[in-house]
Write a protein that binds this ligand. Structure first.
Ligand SMILES: CC(C)(COP(=O)(O)OP(=O)(O)OC[C@H]1O[C@@H](n2cnc3c(N)ncnc32)[C@H](O)[C@@H]1OP(=O)(O)O)[C@@H](O)C(=O)NCCC(=O)NCCS
Length: 305
């Protein structure tokens, strides 16, 4: 088995069975690479490390360059791991272990003090990550409501604003000024999110003091990011989105207490714990997540990787 970077891998075709077996992700190299080009988290790096046998990828660990804000208000670059997968025929032979070690070595060479990843506590991988030194950093409180609106009671998004990057960034930066976590954003990051998450103007509400990004499909309305500078503005946004939800409305990642309280007061069912979890591993002996970020770490569903 050889380990090469994604960029150095001659043919990417073998990613189709690798990723589809692992994640039900029918990997399309053209689509993936077009996304990587516009993704500030992976554009300047190796994309990931591949274990190769007979020119075919048998395992992969993706690497991202991420920005975090620390307790001291400084910007700290950290590593991000995604897309960890081994072909079923090669499982349990140390492939992922070797690739994770390679990724950690890469991050350490870049001077990163921490490696982050998102996973589910119900997966085998969670215990594997713990074995590699990862710790749970945050679980995600979530909020759910069955609204059962009749068709006549529904409103469509009348305030369709274009996805105004400047307005969104202004509110977001003010909101997150004293938060720790994945809160460092610029226009490029937003553009990447818009493309990757297929955010349309119809699925945004933007006002001077807040905005919400949601996805409406036949299952219901999923609030993906709701940011506002006052509790009143938050409540107004929740109410506006509710008016568009026919049966079901939910927010899977509510790391803001004011918003959680609003959901609670409006009769949402709240789950304070989650299977999904953010994990992190200190890469140097004296690095501590608690010291760097305090007891909190902010992100929204849009930052999930
Ligand atoms: C999780 C996964 C990446 C592991 O890859 P792998 O190459 O088989 O991993 P390794 O052989 O390096 O195993 C490392 C350790 O993980 C644990 N592990 C891996 N597979 C396991 C299994 N089937 N049952 C229990 N533990 C397992 C063991 O602790 C193992 O160490 P050991 O063999 O010394 O006991 C692979 O099972 C996979 O592709 N799963 C589907 C995709 C996925 O869930 N990815 C993670 C998303 S966050």
């Amino acid at each position: 088995m050889k380990i090469v970077t994604y960029r150095d891998l001659a043919s990417k075709d073998g990613f189709l069975p690798l990723m589809d077996n692992a994640f039900r992700w029918p990997f399309n190299p053209r689509v993936f690479e077009s996304f990587v080009k516009g993704d500030p988290r992976s554009r300047d790096g190796p994309v990931g490390f591949c274990a190769v046998e007979n020119d075919l990828p048998i395992g992969f660990v993706g690497v991202l360059h991420l920005f975090t804000q620390t307790l001291e208000g400084t910007v700290e670059r950290v590593g991000g791991i995604y897309g960890v997968a081994t072909l079923p025929s090669h499982a349990r032979k140390g492939v992922s272990t070797a690739l994770m070690n390679k990724a950690h070595q890469y991050f350490t060479e870049k001077g990163f003090r921490f490696s982050f990843l998102t996973t589910s506590r119900t997966l085998i991988a969670h215990a594997f990550y713990e074995k590699l030194g990862y710790l749970d950093v945050v679980q995600y409180p979530s909020a759910y409501k069955v609204v059962a609106h009749k068709k006549g009671e529904l409103s469509t998004n009348k305030e369709i604003a274009k996805f105004d990057f400047d307005k969104i960034l202004k509110v977001y930066n003010e909101f997150s000024r004293d938060k720790t976590g994945f809160v460092i954003r610029d226009k490029e990051y937003l553009k990447m999110l818009k493309k990757g998450e297929r955010i349309t103007a119809k699925q945004c509400i933007i006002s001077e003091k807040g905005y919400a990004i949601f996805r409406k499909d036949r299952e219901g309305v999923w609030i993906r990011e709701l940011i506002a500078l006052t509790a009143d503005d938050m409540e107004k946004l929740v109410s506006q989105i509710e008016q568009q939800a026919r049966d079901v409305i939910y927010d899977r990642m509510v790391l803001n207490n004011a918003l959680l309280k609003i959901y609670e007061s409006r009769g949402y069912m709240i789950s304070r714990e989650s299977h999904s979890v953010l994990m992190a591993k200190p890469l140097t002996a004296n690095a501590s997540i608690k010291q760097a970020y305090g007891g909190k770490f902010f992100m929204t569903s849009l930052d999930w990787f």
